[in-house]
Design a protein. Structure first.
Lengths: 135, 135
DNA sequence: TAACACTATGTAATAATATAACATTTATAA
DNA sequence: TTATAAATGTTATATTATTACATAGTGTTA
C-alpha cells in the first residue's frame, strides 16, 4: 500500500520519537548524555539507544548536530531538504544556536566550486559571534 | 628589543613546537591521542600537555581543528589571517582533508548578514564529497 | 501464514575524546 | 630582581561515543 509505505517512511520508531520530542521542545541544543538523563524515565537506559536514535534522526534531517558543540537541535527548515546543507549561528557568550535559512547562502554554497572545479554534495557551516542580547 | 619581541611572538614553546612539527609533517589530520602516542618519546606523556598545545596552536592560527572529525591539520594559508575564517573539503571515502582558500568564498562569508542584518566575526565551513581519486 | 530479511531495541562493557585541579618551572617585563 | 604571566608535569576524572552480542518487532513475499 502506497500510503502506508509513505506514512512509514515519515514515521519515527518509539525511541526516535521520544528523543526527537525532547530535542524539538528544547530551546537550546542538547548533548547526548543530557538527552540520556532526560529519557531514562521513559525507559531509555543506555548510550547506544540514544546514539542510534540520534544517528537516524540526523540521517532523516529531523535534527542536526552542531559539530563544534557536540550537541543536537531540531531542524526548523523543512527537514529533508536541508539535511545536507546546514548553516548555524552560534553566540559565543550565551551559546544560543540558530539555524540560518538564507536562499542566497545556500545557493552560493551549493554551487561553490573549488580550485579544481569540484562541487560538493554536502556542507556544514557554523558562524560565531555575539547574539543580539549579548552584544 | 623589538626584534626579539616579534620573534618571540612568532615562536612556539617546546611542546607547541614538537606538536606543531608532527601535525605539519602529517599528510592527514591527526587526532589528539594519535599525537600523544607519537610524542611520548619526546617526553610529552599526558593528555593535558597535548590539548594545551593544541589549544594555543589553534588560537595562533597555526593549526585548525576539523570539527566533524575531531582532528587537527596545519594551516597552509598564511596562518593568522584565516584562524577565524576556515573552510575545508573532506572526502567521505578516504577522509582526505584540504583547506580551501578562495577569495570569493571568504569574501562572501565574511560579509554574510543574517535575517537580522547581523554579521559574524568567525566561521568554519566543512564541505563533504568525494575527492578526485575516490570518484 | 510461514519464512525471511531488515530495522529497531536492550544491555554490558569499553574505547575515545577532553578537562579539572594542583604543584612546579620557565620566560617576560616592570 | 622581583613579580607576573605563560608553560609544563602529573594524577585523576569527566564527557562523548562505539563494539559486541542477544532479543524483539515490522514488513515483504513465497
Amino acid at each position: 500500500m502506497r500510503i502506508g509505505k509513505i506514512d512509514k517512511m515519515h514515521s519515527l520508531s518509539k525511541n526516535q520519537q521520544i528523543i526527537f520530542d525532547l530535542i524539538d521542545k528544547s530551546p537550546e541544543p542538547l548533548k547526548a548524555y543530557t538527552i540520556l538523563f532526560n529519557v531514562q524515565k521513559k525507559g531509555i537506559k543506555a548510550p547506544p539507544q540514544v546514539y542510534r536514535a540520534l544517528d537516524k534522526l540526523v540521517e532523516m534531517g529531523k535534527i542536526h548536530k552542531i559539530e563544534s558543540r557536540n550537541a543536537f537541535i531540531a531542524c526548523h527548515n523543512s527537514s529533508c531538504q536541508v539535511a545536507k546543507a546546514t548553516a548555524f549561528s552560534i553566540c559565543e557568550i550565551c551559546e544560543k544556536v540558530t539555524e540560518i535559512s538564507s536562499a542566497g547562502l545556500s545557493k552560493y554554497l551549493a554551487n561553490f566550486k573549488d580550485k579544481d572545479g569540484m562541487k560538493y554534495s554536502k556542507y556544514n557551516l557554523e558562524f560565531f559571534g555575539l547574539c543580539k542580547k549579548c552584544r
